[in-house]
Design a protein around this ligand. Structure first.
Ligand SMILES: CC(C)(COP(=O)(O)OP(=O)(O)OC[C@H]1O[C@@H](n2cnc3c(N)ncnc32)[C@H](O)[C@@H]1OP(=O)(O)O)[C@@H](O)C(=O)NCCC(=O)NCCS
Length: 153
């Protein structure tokens, strides 16, 4: 059972200690870097630890883009030891439930980007209903979902 818990002074070291697998650094920023960005965007984002019971097994950040407006999912990762156990999928559903509460402002649009070579993550996102928008920045393609009309599988 995966739960989201906000990153606080109690648990940020656990986020620092999460590990990516070999070659995965090119797909996602480590939580250390992500939390530095979270400081800059502190009025419009919420970083979370992903917990299996009492153990932090992953990390994700939700950020609100006031300009569009839309919710973005940044830097989602599951520790290498815990990948492939279904935690990523469950965590993504929890993230969508959090976004549905519209914590920063109104918008039904949820967007993220993913490296085109990251087949595992693409399968995860498309599996719950994200669709490619056609926008891309070099190897990073954009995927989006409308929480008011798209069914989240
Ligand atoms: C991508 C990531 C978050 C997925 O989390 P996970 O816990 O490993 O994935 P899950 O076990 O929940 O599997 C979710 C889906 O991913 C896909 N998937 C999982 N393992 C896969 C594999 N080896 N090959 C292809 N697809 C795979 C499947 O679609 C799966 O859904 P299904 O079980 O219903 O078929 C995780 O592997 C990770 O942290 N990777 C490194 C960082 C990263 O790439 N983050 C994404 C940045 S955009």
């Amino acid at each position: 059972m995966i739960n989201l818990r906000k990153i606080t002074e109690e648990n940020f070291i656990d986020a620092f200690n999460l590990k990516l697998g070999n070659g995965q650094e090119k797909f996602v920023s480590h939580p250390v870097r992500s939390l530095a960005q979270a400081y800059l965007y502190r009025d419009q984002c919420q970083p979370f630890g992903l917990y299996n019971d009492e153990k932090m097994v992953g990390y994700v950040m939700v950020i609100y883009d006031y300009d569009i407006p839309e919710y973005d999912i940044w830097h989602m990762m599951i520790d290498e030891k815990h990948q492939g156990k279904g935690y990523g999928k469950e965590a993504l559903k929890r993230v969508m439930a959090y976004i549905k509460t519209k914590p920063f402002g109104d918008s039904d649009r949820v967007t993220l980007t993913c490296n085109v070579e990251n087949q595992k993550a693409l399968a995860l996102y498309k599996g719950i209903g994200f669709k490619e928008t056609g926008e891309a920045d070099e190897d990073e393609i954009e995927l989006s979902l409308n929480i008011s009309v798209d069914n989240i599988e």
